[in-house]
Design a protein around this ligand. Structure first.
Ligand SMILES: [Zn+2]
Length: 507
């Protein structure tokens, strides 16, 4: 007789139900698993065989066949250890417990050789799926709080194969761990209040947050560029429930979810420039998400921007364009969401002091322009704002902080985003070219100013459009219906082309 159980695996971040069928028949002693990559089968067989024995059960000395379906899913072997072991025990000894006990239940868990269970990744998605299908979900105890975080479905934790069987036979009640209330604390790495001076850069940060504009900061080392980037999550609008779940699912799929069961603060990811292609984009043997997906709904900060290998930066184009990243492998293609705000930072020149009043720059113009040209045009095309973050004089540091707090700034940002959402259902940075004209209505003098400036500065049409989008965000922050001349004037100050096209004559 064939025993059938439900388990699940992940395709990208989405859970896919998997059926585990176990058949034990007379014949030479063998143990085969069908529907799993060859490399995983051996390890999986060894773990399951040892765990069954070490849990005090007998491993059947007959022909054991396990079938995992659908066969084309790239199943990660370790998640289905527990259902395979349960199936083998249930079909080898009907006296032990009836296969009926396994109905309407879903099991995941990785076995240790001694029969205890290890937590697995991707629990949040699987839990949502189990609840949607009306299945009671049995999870390794350390995964319990994550499984309970969103769905009110029936979730039962267990610690070992042995305990799981006692729970199923109702000999022992499950031990329900205490799940801490989801933290709603505003736990930000840095707030605006902590940054002294830098009024101009802070203003640009608020603009970036209000329109979700990608931005590039330049300035000498130690001027506080990474502090600025770290402060961004504190002024970005709070996440919607959907965004929280999406972000948590990605972190859960990659196995990097920390103690908290649901992520409530927008993620801030700052990979080093030595990061691998796979680390940034995702992939690898386990098809993990990359930094672009961990930063989904949050900030991806790339410090020392020109130090990133060109090839690494080039691969950012697709996720930035589509808001998702597709990873193709022999087994198929998975997709991860990747809608992040790109924040890049760089020195103005190789030595870092070009334009500084503190120290003299010793770079030749050729070295400076080579350094800047490491960033390719197509990436720059996706950056709306350029900010200079200068080293601030001592007096300003001592004078302390004036200007908006993070909380005040976030209120403005949220208001501006609501206006944008009512208008186009998306932040200004994502307005399409076809929408641009209808959305960015200008007063007559604003239009004159933009056209004159565009002629004088010979703005490309891309630059022109970016100035327009940024001006729209400035107007939204003031809740102005039409873009006015001062909005255009301010937007022109953040033009990215200043830094890259007009050579090295600024400041
Ligand atoms: Zn220099």
């Amino acid at each position: 007789m064939v025993v059938k159980l439900w388990s699940a695996d992940l395709a990208g971040i989405q859970a896919q139900p998997v059926t585990v069928e176990v058949d034990i028949s007379n014949g030479l002693s063998s143990f085969n698993i069908v529907g799993m990559p060859d490399t995983a089968i051996k390890e999986s067989r060894d773990r399951i065989r040892a765990a069954i024995k070490n849990s005090g059960f007998e491993f059947p000395g007959r022909r054991v066949t396990v079938n995992l379906a659908p066969a084309d899913l790239k199943k990660e072997s370790s998640r289905v250890d527990i259902p395979i072991a349960l199936g083998i025990i249930a079909s080898s000894s009907k006296k032990l417990f009836s296969p009926e006990t396994l109905k309407n239940k879903m099991f995941v868990g990785e076995l240790s050789l001694d029969g205890s269970v290890r937590p697995v990744t991707g629990i949040l998605s699987i839990s949502i799926n189990a609840a949607a299908n009306g299945l009671t979900f049995f999870v390794p105890e350390p995964n319990y709080c994550e499984a309970k975080a969103v769905e009110s479905g029936n979730v039962i934790p267990y610690r070992s194969l042995n305990q799981l069987i006692r729970i199923l036979k109702e000999i022992e009640p499950p031990h329900i761990p205490h799940c801490p209330e989801p933290e709603v604390l505003e736990n930000y790495p840095v707030t605006l209040e902590e940054i002294k001076g830098q009024a101009h850069a802070k203003r640009a940060l608020i603009l970036a947050a209000a329109g979700n504009h990608n931005l590039l900061m330049y300035g000498p080392p130690g001027a506080g560029k990474s502090m600025m980037a770290k402060a961004l999550p504190s002024i970005l609008p709070s996440m919607s429930n959907r965004e929280e779940i999406e972000t948590t699912m990605i972190h859960s799929a990659g196995g990097i979810l920390k103690e908290q069961s649901i992520i409530r603060v927008r993620p801030y990811r700052a990979p080093h420039h030595t990061i691998s292609h796979i680390g940034l984009i995702g992939g690898g043997t386990r098809l993990n998400p990359g930094e672009v997906s961990y930063a989904h709904n949050g900030v991806l900060f790339l410090d020392e921007f020109p130090e990133f290998p060109r090839r690494t930066l080039e691969v950012l184009r697709q996720p930035m364009e589509d808001g998702r990243v597709r990873i193709s492998r022999a087994s198929g293609t998975v997709e991860f969401p990747s809608r992040f705000m790109l924040v890049a930072a760089m020195n103005p020149c190789p030595c870092g002091y070009f334009g500084s009043r503190v120290r003299e720059c010793r770079c030749t113009p050729t070295r400076i322009s080579n350094y800047r040209s490491r960033i390719s045009g197509p990436i720059l095309d996706r950056i709306d704002l350029l900010i200079n973050v200068p080293q601030i004089p001592m007096e300003q540091m001592v004078a302390g902080n004036t200007g908006l707090t993070s909380r005040e700034a976030r209120q403005l940002v949220e208001q501006a985003r609501q206006i944008q959402f009512r208008r186009t259902r998306c932040p200004n940075a994502w307005i399409s070219e076809t929408q641009l004209k209808g959305v960015c209505k200008m007063e007559a003098d604003a239009e004159t100013l933009l056209l004159t400036a565009s002629r004088k500065m010979s703005l490309s049409s891309r630059s022109f459009n970016r100035v327009l989008k940024v001006a729209r965000t400035i107007a939204d922050l003031e809740q102005a219906d039409k873009i006015r001349a001062p909005h255009i004037a301010e937007a022109l100050q953040y033009k990215v082309s200043d830094f890259f096209e007009s050579g090295i004559t600024y400041d």
